[in-house]
Write a protein that binds this ligand. Structure first.
Ligand SMILES: [Zn+2]
Length: 158
């Protein structure tokens, strides 16, 4: 799922659970669960060698916008919350798995270096838990993502 959705879910957990360890564990587990559901997301195609500079830049722009939208939404909900730090903590841990995936891909691409633990995690994230990346269903995926966002809004508001 996109970063903003993961961040909203993480913030919702942070707003309800008042223990940093528990927030970290729950948000990471929820990340894998949400990624296992059918969903649509933007990708940087990494099969085949035709990754152009243009594709990388357009992907990077999407990631930055996605992340900033997440930050703005979390800020909006955190400003009147009694636990704003836990909400940001939850939002960051909710996207940690994607951060590790990014780190693995960047190290591999730039330094030709593949730390085994990051490689294992990449395999776990992409091939074990993740909903079939090649399917990327638009309508069903968008619907499920909207439902997840609405559930997060509910927990953030009430
Ligand atoms: Zn993910």
């Amino acid at each position: 799922m996109i970063l903003a959705t993961h961040m909203l879910v993480g913030a919702a957990v942070g707003s309800k659970v008042h223990n940093y360890w528990a927030v970290a564990a729950i948000t990471i587990a929820l990340h894998y669960f949400l990624d296992s559901l059918p969903h649509w997301e933007y990708h940087l195609k990494h099969r085949g060698e035709n990754i152009t500079r243009k594709k990388i830049i357009s992907f990077a722009v999407k990631v930055v916008i996605d992340f900033l939208v997440g930050v703005i939404l979390v800020l909006f909900f955190a400003k009147n919350s009694p636990s704003p730090f836990l909400m940001f903590f939850g939002a960051i841990f909710a996207i940690l798995p994607d951060g590790l995936v990014f780190l693995y891909q960047a190290l591999k691409k730039v330094f030709k270096y593949e730390p085994w633990i990051l490689k294992k995690h990449y395999w776990f994230h992409h091939s074990v838990v993740h909903y079939d990346i090649n399917k990327n269903p638009k309508k069903l995926g968008a619907l499920i993502e909207i439902i997840v966002v609405l559930i997060a809004f509910y927990f953030l508001l009430f």
